[in-house]
Design a protein around this ligand. Structure first.
Ligand code: ADP
Ligand code: MG
Length: 267
């Protein structure tokens, strides 16, 4: 390789300076490497510039994704591909795979996961939320109890409108564990207002252990329950999961082993 002339070295420093000034830090760092690669592989000028900017674009995308994931507050790093469909015969795999295409976000459809504890409702909600964040959407995960508590606190502190705007913002809102804890007095009405303002605008995933027929009882107020269901179900995919609890699987295997050992000992 020939020794760079003074002016080339100066130009190189200026180029680095431009990249730093424009805050293209990753491209600035990669510059010597890309220039070397361009020389050794006889890359065209276009190819070298494309390679350099591609590095910056990839780093920016990774930073943006990390920031969306921080905002989303997902409780676990689960993805849809972590879900073992064979272990849960109670879930319609085709339906879940279709949801994972995220087409439901386009028409602001909702998703309801209904089923007993341990069947994977939270895991599937988190998996869809993660896919949405990875696809560039703003996502927020919360539980029904947490949402009620946040709204209650906001009302007391005179921040109700800000709180409602916050829950209206995300392209996808996940409300987990509806029905596990009784919602406090104003909780049902806060939840209704959140659902109502998102209605036909952006998607909500809601997971619950309460069968839809029993919602009136769960809310203590049949009118609010009916109004909420009306908005939620107007455009929605309901995924009923009626299968074995995955959480209890290990216990069941353990219990079966014990039972077999005892039986072998007795006979
Ligand atoms: P739910 O919200 O319905 O109570 P979760 O989604 O929290 O259930 O699942 C309970 C636990 O079992 C979690 O640790 C989850 O990762 C695991 N789990 C549930 N279903 C599956 C599955 N089909 N494949 C892999 N792990 C599962
Ligand atoms: Mg759960």
């Amino acid at each position: 390789m020939s020794q760079p002339t003074m002016s080339e070295a100066r130009r190189y420093q200026q180029l680095r300076g431009h990249l730093a000034y424009l805050k293209l830090a990753d491209a600035a760092d990669a510059l010597p490497r890309v220039l070397d690669q361009a020389r050794t592989e006889h890359m065209t000028l276009t190819a070298a510039m494309e390679r350099l900017l591609e590095i910056e674009v990839e780093a920016t995308e990774a930073r943006k994704l990390a920031s969306r994931l921080r905002f989303a507050c997902l409780p676990e790093p689960w993805t849809i591909s972590d879900f073992d469909f064979a272990a849960q015969p109670g879930v319609d795999e085709k339906l879940v795979r279709d949801l994972a295409t995220l087409r439901f976000l386009d028409d602001a459809s909702n998703v309801l996961f209904v089923g007993p504890p341990g069947v994977g409702k939270t895991m599937l909600s988190v998996g869809l939320a993660r896919a949405a964040a990875e696809a560039g959407h703003r996502v927020y995960f919360t539980t029904a109890a947490e949402l009620a508590a946040k709204c209650h606190k906001a009302a007391i502190e005179g921040r109700w409108a800000t709180c409602m705007r916050f829950f209206a913002g995300p392209r996808l809102l996940v409300i987990d564990e509806l029905g596990y804890l009784p919602l406090p007095g104003d909780g049902a009405s806060a939840l209704f207002q959140v659902i109502n303002q998102r209605y036909l605008k952006s998607s909500t995933i809601l997971s619950t252990n309460v069968g839809i027929a029993d919602w009136a009882g769960a809310f203590g107020d049949a009118t609010v329950a009916a109004a909420m269901l009306d908005r939620l179900l107007h455009r929605a995919t309901v995924v009923g999961i009626d299968g074995p609890s995955y959480r209890l699987r290990a216990h069941q295997n353990h219990a079966n082993t014990l039972r077999k050992a005892v039986a072998a000992h007795v006979s």
